[in-house]
Design a protein around this ligand. Structure first.
Ligand code: SF4
Ligand code: MG
Length: 319
């Protein structure tokens, strides 16, 4: 039930702000060790805020984040510092997330220094990490601007691996890159997952990328998860009207296959004033009267464990 609400500043400084942007509004999901959970949705749906709240880069407003059974939202000081080793973040924009005045060596070894790794070990690890992400350690004295976009994202990945994390949250790690480079970086992330036994939460708005890399997928709309399930089942048989519309927009590779495109009407409502009831009802082609008043809960809708939050999708109960 994770929430991240950003208060909206009141124009009158003497009045307390009562309105807020509900970026993450009661999100619940699980990530299993070793898997990739894809988090997908339109921009502004709360994907990044969810990722940042899990890692406490943003302080969650409400709810719990359980890591190996422990609620980490209350972690402070030394406990939080230790947790930072286990959970890392790869940012969308490798241009903005690397310090331009630091060499690649300084950037990658910085986390090792903070955790007091001996100098010799730092050197060995640096060379090894540059090697595994496909950069020549010959270039370790160079600065970020001397690398291409794809290479810079490799530097960001090496930095994320510096402390042997267990979970990495990848926030749109390839969307700032040329299409030709995207596949290389995604393949690299997949290889590293195998080699280092990593768990990923992979945030993206590109449904093809999500399909390729994820084991399971969670679809977000206006700060909530509307559908979650195994990637193959969810793509083959989306249950929620929003997921259906999203998936219908993926171009079909085979021109002989006719595909009906479902157009979502209207604009994304403001997350500071989301619709009552089902948040999707203002744009849903199937909306009924009850959708305006009653918020649908996420329920199991298939024997494969797929879950959807829609009044019109039948709940499946295992007997
Ligand atoms: Fe559409 Fe109603 Fe289902 Fe919401 S609950 S997705 S408005 S049919
Ligand atoms: Mg984002």
């Amino acid at each position: 039930n994770l929430k991240k609400h950003f208060p909206i500043k009141n124009k009158n400084p003497f009045l307390k702000s009562t309105r807020s942007v509900k970026a993450v509004d009661g999100v619940s999901f699980t990530v299993n060790k070793g898997e990739t959970l894809g988090l997908v949705g339109e921009s502004g749906c709360g994907k990044s805020s969810t990722g940042r709240s899990i890692l406490k880069l943003l302080e969650p407003t409400e709810g719990e984040v359980l890591f190996k059974g422990e609620d980490i939202t209350s972690f402070r000081g030394e406990k939080l510092r230790k947790l930072r080793r286990d959970m890392q973040f790869i940012f969308q924009d490798p241009y903005a997330s690397l310090n331009p005045r630091k060499t690649v060596e300084q950037i990658i070894t910085e986390p090792m220094k903070i955790f007091g790794m001996p100098k010799e070990e730092q050197k060995r690890k640096l060379d090894r990490l540059m090697d595994v992400v496909g950069l020549s350690s010959y270039h370790k004295q160079r600065y970020p601007h001397q690398f291409s976009g794809g290479q810079r994202q490799r530097i960001g990945i090496a930095r994320a691996l510096a402390l042997d994390p267990e979970l990495i949250i990848c926030d749109e790690p390839v969307s700032a890159l040329d299409v030709s480079i995207q596949a290389q970086v995604i393949n690299l992330l997949e290889d590293l997952q195998e080699e280092f036994d990593l768990t990923y939460i992979f945030i993206a708005h590109d449904l093809s990328v999500i399909n390729h890399i994820s084991d399971r997928v969670a679809v977000m709309y206006l700060g909530e998860i509307v559908e979650v399930g195994e990637v193959d089942e969810l793509y083959a048989n989306p249950r929620h009207p929003y997921t259906k519309a999203l998936l219908s927009a993926i171009p079909e590779a085979d021109p002989t296959v006719e595909k009906e495109r479902i157009i979502i009407q209207g604009d994304l409502p403001s997350p500071s004033n989301p619709p009552q009831g089902c948040k999707f009802h203002t744009r849903c082609p199937l909306a009924e009267e009850q959708c305006k008043h009653t918020r649908p809960a996420l329920r199991t809708v298939s024997l494969g464990g797929q879950q959807a939050a829609c009044h019109l999708v039948k709940e499946v109960v295992e007997i």
